[in-house]
Design a protein around this ligand. Structure first.
Ligand SMILES: Cc1cc2nc3c(=O)[nH]c(=O)nc-3n(C[C@H](O)[C@H](O)[C@H](O)COP(=O)(O)OP(=O)(O)OC[C@H]3O[C@@H](n4cnc5c(N)ncnc54)[C@H](O)[C@@H]3O)c2cc1C
Length: 474
């Protein structure tokens, strides 16, 4: 899921400093800028006719909530550092040129009757029902350290009050505190990451094509490593293999023989969340494709262009994509007024997706107490849809009503394995190969949020099939 980790961590101290310097001026300017001052308690606003519902985040949870929400019932405000929704299941394809980046994004503004703030939520005050927001950075191509300062130097925080709040801020990439990962590896959590990876793959080939390099130097530059053999890492490796064996083979016929792809995992298998027969099918397909699966490995460090792993030692690479699961976002870590798990990883809600009256959390940043569910788009969007029904008042006025209890429907898992093959593991059926691939493609075309992308996704698949991928670097 961000990326670069897509969200940055600001130290509380710094926020306080900025706040101390600028609070007066900010509040004054907000008052001038907005018809209703954002920091004024909603209850005291003169023209208050609707409750203000603030949604934090513009990912799967937030967008499925917005889709089902009766937006005429509330004054809806969305706060996110991303002005778009990212269609995460298609990011591996966008990173390897099978799809254009545009097809994996939906703009937040415009499609809904909402007010959008392009900002980070820095602080949640449940007692005063206010949020502290910091204007977000413009998009960055590739950050050195995604946890470092990520705001305009002159940005100033402001406050926003709410009547109802939905927190759906997702999660960060987990690195297990492995040295050098944030500085030297690439993440695949957001569209900006996909763009950076795509750029880097092509850069590796361009560099390796210079005549003054030795074969060993070429092999190092064209060694592509994926750490983490879950669905995201495996799908990326498979898509990369497709790119190498088709368009890059055509464009760089003399050097493509030096290219290699490896998946490195600490466990004894890949795609462990799938049925064992499907995981084996994937392993066999990867073996046929020449994707090197390295299991039971312990990554010690990621240096610049060098993976240090036990028991192999040092392995040089041109691109290393790190995909080993998720961890808590900084907002979750520093918000202590809300119940969390022992590991400080996510908010804990009740069965109604709620902490206290009027405050809810959905998606990767939250779990229901005692009912652990996987951190997937499926769960996030089901929770968002359920919450929309609750907030629309379709389930009656009683906040404790049984029908307001969230029930997860397991729709199964899918993973694309490249070259027209996939695996599908659903409670009703299992499929592999071409049939699974058709199901995978149909499902993700259909799941695109807009008709524009529902048309663009198959359009680009067809165009790329006919004419090859567009591999211009920009
Ligand atoms: C490459 C990839 C492929 C995946 N494939 C699948 C798949 O095939 N099937 C599946 O079910 N799941 C898949 N997932 C997992 C799925 O994407 C996540 O579970 C899902 O995105 C979680 O939704 P969310 O709304 O909780 O968070 P996200 O979708 O991550 O959205 C979080 C939002 O919060 C915003 N935000 C962050 N911090 C703040 C803040 N402080 N203030 C305000 N806003 C903030 C972010 O900018 C973002 O808009 C995939 C994930 C990745 C990365």
């Amino acid at each position: 899921m961000g990326s670069r980790c897509f969200v940055s961590l600001r130290s509380t101290k710094r926020i306080q400093d900025i706040h101390a310097l600028s609070t007066r001026r900010i509040h004054a300017s907000n008052t001038a800028q907005f018809a209703t001052p954002l920091d004024q308690p909603v209850s005291t606003q003169a023209k208050k006719s609707k409750e203000r519902l603030v949604i934090l985040g513009s990912g799967w949870g937030a967008m499925s909530l917005l889709k089902g929400l009766d937006q005429t019932r509330y004054e809806v405000m969305v706060v996110s550092p991303n002005t778009y929704f990212a269609m995460t299941p298609l990011l591996a394809q966008a990173a390897t040129g099978s799809l254009e980046l545009r097809t994996t994004m939906e703009p937040v503004r415009g499609n809904h009757n909402i007010h959008f703030y392009h900002a980070w939520t820095e602080k949640i005050d449940l007692e005063k029902k206010t949020l502290t927001l910091m204007p977000a950075y413009p998009p960055v191509f590739r950050q050195k350290d995604p946890t470092s300062t990520n705001h305009y130097p002159n940005a100033r925080e402001y406050s926003l009050s709410f009547d109802k709040l939905v927190i759906s801020v997702g999660a960060y990439n987990r690195t297990f505190s492995t040295p050098g990962v944030r500085e030297n590896a690439w993440f695949l959590k957001d569209v900006q990451n996909a763009r950076a990876i795509r750029w880097r793959i092509l850069e590796c080939f361009e560099q390796a094509d210079h005549p003054n390099l030795t074969d060993d130097q070429r092999k190092a530059l064209l060694n592509f490593i994926v750490v983490g053999g879950g669905p995201t890492g495996s799908e990326f490796a498979a898509e990369l293999h497709d790119l190498l064996s088709s368009d890059l083979k055509r464009l760089f016929p003399d050097i493509v023989k030096f290219a290699s792809i490896s998946i490195v995992d600490a466990s004894a298998g890949i795609l462990n969340n799938f049925d064992a027969s499907l995981a084996t099918y994937a392993r066999e397909k990867f073996a046929r494709d020449g994707i090197n699966v390295m299991l039971n490995r312990k990554v010690k460090a990621v240096e610049r262009g060098n993976l240090v792993v036990e028991p192999d030692g040092e392995i040089p690479f041109g691109l290393l994509v790190w995909s080993t699961g998720i961890c808590a976002s900084p907002l979750v870590k520093r918000t202590n007024s809300i119940a969390k798990d022992d590991g400080n990883s996510f908010f804990l809600t009740d069965d109604h997706l709620r902490f206290v009256e009027d405050v809810y959390a959905i998606g990767d940043c939250a779990q229901i107490q005692g009912k652990f569910l996987p951190a997937t788009a499926q769960v996030a969007s089901q929770k968002g849809k359920h919450l929309a029904h609750v907030l629309n008042g379709k389930m009656g006025e009683d906040p404790e009503a049984d029908e307001k209890v969230f029930k997860h429907r397991d729709m199964g898992s899918m993973a694309s394995l490249g070259s027209g093959s996939a695996i599908v593991d659903s409670p009703n059926a299992k499929a592999q190969g071409r049939i699974a691939w058709v199901i995978w493609r149909s499902a993700y075309t259909y799941m695109s949020l807009s008709w524009r992308n529902r048309l663009l996704v198959p359009f680009f698949w067809t165009i790329n099939r006919l004419f090859g991928r567009d591999l211009t670097r920009f």
